[in-house]
Unconditional design. Structure first.
Length: 327
């Protein structure tokens, strides 16, 4: 029944977007802060203990609630629970307003506003970037945001749901991504050990390995397949982060746009080499992929690529659900 849970969650999210200051996300930040404060003693194994408590604990709780509802109450309430979890972990509206505002500013010819919006979104300095680099980084950040907020969650949720864990995969993916980013950011203002940062970055890299390749494959199927696969095979290694490199290389080939190359510099990027924070800014020394220079038309191409990929995912899940019902 994964198809129905995802469909309901996406429809609800479009009708009533999740507010940034919602109590669930605020509670998760407090949870991550409490665990790091009480269990991060500086050693590598302490980092793994803190990460496991922060991520695996809520993941197992989501699975246990699903099992109880499905086993003792009924599958309709199990679907409701999965929909609720997906509503808080999956969705375009958690990031798309940034992309839309930047695209609208560029369409109106207000490049200064677009630069300011990108700087506020990613906390980076963009004043001296050429226009093509500005567009390139808007594409990179937007594609990675779509992967982390939509396609990665879909992949991880679908895999674990097929194994009987309900919405646990969605919780696992979003929490793993969140703590890798949150604990890196906290290192600039609050003490977080390098052991904890390294553990969260390593765990995030492992968890995102399959979803990143699923996203890249979906982009290839709905875009220029041969070019996307070729760029994936030969140019993904140009990005220091392996999983991001796969997604961005496939995107580059799918819509024929040059990505990579000169990167934005920020405080978070400067520490990324220590904690492994996945970001386009990590590609400071990478070479560009083949393709055309980024243009405003590519922003519309990215929107089409993302929505076609969503349709592909939903069709596949619908077919699997139908096969299960008929079987």
């Amino acid at each position: 029944m994964s198809f129905f849970a995802i469909l309901f969650a996406l429809l609800i999210e479009q009708a009533r977007p999740l507010a940034r200051s919602n109590p669930v996300h605020a509670g998760l930040r407090l949870w991550a802060r409490w665990v790091s404060r009480n269990f991060d003693a500086g050693k590598s194994h302490h980092g793994w203990v803190a990460w496991s408590l922060t991520v695996i604990g809520p993941t197992l709780l989501a699975a246990v609630i699903y099992w109880l509802l499905d086993g003792f109450v009924g599958w309709p309430l199990a679907i409701v629970w999965s929909t609720v979890v997906l509503y808080f972990t999956l969705g375009f509206r958690q990031f798309s307003h940034h992309f839309t505002a930047i695209r609208d500013a560029l369409d109106a010819g207000d490049e200064a506003q677009a630069r300011e919006l990108l700087a506020q979104w990613q906390r980076v300095e963009v004043a001296d970037l050429p226009r093509s680099e500005l567009l390139r980084h808007v594409i990179e950040y937007s594609v990675l945001a779509a992967h982390r907020h939509v396609f990665g969650v879909l992949a991880c949720y679908s895999i674990l749901a097929a194994l009987g864990f309900g919405p646990a995969g969605a919780v696992l993916y979003r929490l793993a991504e969140f703590v890798a980013r949150y604990w890196l950011h906290r290192s600039t203002t609050h003490p977080v050990s390098t052991g904890l940062q390294a553990a969260s970055a390593r765990a995030w890299s492992l968890i995102d390995w399959v979803p990143a390749r699923a996203t890249a494959l979906a982009f290839a199927v709905v875009g220029s397949f041969e070019e996307a696969i070729d760029c994936w095979r030969h140019h993904a290694q140009r990005f220091p982060n392996d999983n991001d490199g796969v997604v961005l290389a496939a995107t580059s080939g799918a819509v024929n746009v040059r990505l990579g190359g000169e990167a934005l510099r920020s405080a978070a990027t400067e520490q990324g080499a220590v904690a492994g924070e996945p970001s386009p800014g990590d590609s400071a020394d990478s070479e560009s992929t083949p393709g055309r220079e980024a243009e405003p038309a590519h922003l519309r191409s990215i929107v089409g690529l993302v929505w076609r990929s969503v349709v592909l995912w939903m069709v596949l899940l619908a077919l699997l659900t139908l096969a299960r019902l008929l079987g």
